[in-house]
Design a protein around this ligand. Structure first.
Ligand code: ATP
Length: 322
């Protein structure tokens, strides 16, 4: 099997412009066949632009974007029947019913020779709305209809742009279950999302984008491991009292200076250890901290050690880029 066959999506040094503005600035990543891949990023990072290039809706201005081994723009006619697309704002005809919309879509896709997926509406929980006019659907219900359209023709690769935005928690969970089912049947899924727990739950691998570039890329574990452990505690005293009792602030731990926040109820202290944090580093940091507290007779309230999270990794990307 060649690399191309194992990768459903291959993006190499992709660039995309709107006029003079370069929205995507040389990104590279692959999506393996059968995996769920999440593109995360800040507002305006370039996620939708990237997905639109892969869907064949816009040309790249540099680099290569291949889906199922085909150039996503130049070979879009050959590619179109093999991919499913859930747009951020699909342009439905408001006067058609839900059932008519899906039938229309099936008709448009009929030349694919694939049997449309029966029960797509049932799968997205819209069967009882089949006769309802599209314009009478709620925002979340429209997103479910978007999803039905993306899966109705059993595509090999599905692009989902913010699939659960506007959905209530139950609909979101149902959508996650559908995406998991798609993966089980061997479908490749590339999704964009602002919900980190969605990526954490669904994605085999992910990329974090900011201002047109990929800053983190790998499995959730790989990305989270780049963030060190966090140590935090509170001191129930004023800054003046701390100064008079200790003379200086909390110590540097494992090369990491504390971030000190002054609040009404006291002083909050947070350390971000260098990542990935080795167990002996964490242990030494604790020892240093507890020795400091003991020496100055301080009580560390709500002392907590926690692992880095995807949110920490995300915020670090944004922070480092500033
Ligand atoms: N049609 C357009 N004309 C000009 N600039 C555009 C156009 N579409 C997007 N942009 C700009 O390109 C950048 C990337 O936009 P894009 O929609 O790809 O980001 P995104 O990561 O999907 O953002 P969001 O999470 O907010 O949906 C943004 O700065 C945006 O303002």
């Amino acid at each position: 099997m060649t690399i191309t066959q194992r990768n459903a999506v291959e993006v190499t040094d992709l660039r995309c412009r709107y006029g003079d503005f370069e929205a995507v600035r040389g990104i590279s990543f692959t999506v393996r066949a059968g995996e769920v891949f999440a593109l995360l990023g800040t507002n305006g990072a370039g996620k939708t632009t990237t997905v639109e290039v892969l869907e064949g809706f816009r040309p790249a201005h540099g680099g290569v974007a291949k889906v199922l081994g085909l150039d996503s723009y130049r070979q879009r006619r050959a590619l179109r029947p093999r991919i499913g697309v859930m747009l951020q704002e699909a342009g439905f005809f408001g006067d058609l019913s839900v059932a008519e919309t899906v039938r229309l879509w099936e008709g448009l896709e009929a030349d694919t020779g694939r049997r449309p997926l029966g029960g797509a509406l049932e799968r997205v929980g819209l069967k009882n709305k089949a006769r309802t006019k599209v314009r009478q659907l709620s925002g979340g219900q429209k997103r479910r209809l978007d999803l039905a359209m993306a899966i109705v023709t059993r595509p090999e690769v599905i692009f989902l742009d913010e699939p659960t935005t506007g959905m209530d928690p139950e609909a979101r969970r149902d959508t996650w279950a559908i995406i998991e089912e798609l993966r089980e049947t061997g479908t490749t899924v590339l999704l964009t999302t602002h919900y980190l727990e969605e990526a954490e739950r669904l994605a085999d691998r992910l990329a974090i984008m900011h201002e047109g570039r990929i800053h983190q890329y790998g499995t959730v574990e790989d990305v989270v491991a780049t963030c060190g452990d966090r140590i935090s505690f509170r001191l129930a005293m004023s800054p003046q009292e701390l100064r008079s009792r200790v003379g200086e602030g909390p110590p540097v731990l494992a090369g990491s200076a504390p971030t000190v926040t002054y609040m009404e109820e006291g002083i909050g202290v947070l350390y971000t250890l260098p990542g990935p944090s080795a167990p002996d580093t964490v242990q030494r940091a604790h020892y240093t901290l507890l020795s400091w507290a003991d020496k100055h007779d301080l009580i560390l309230h709500r002392l907590e050690l926690r692992k880095g999270t995807l949110e920490d990794a995300f915020l670090r990307v944004v922070g480092e880029a500033r």
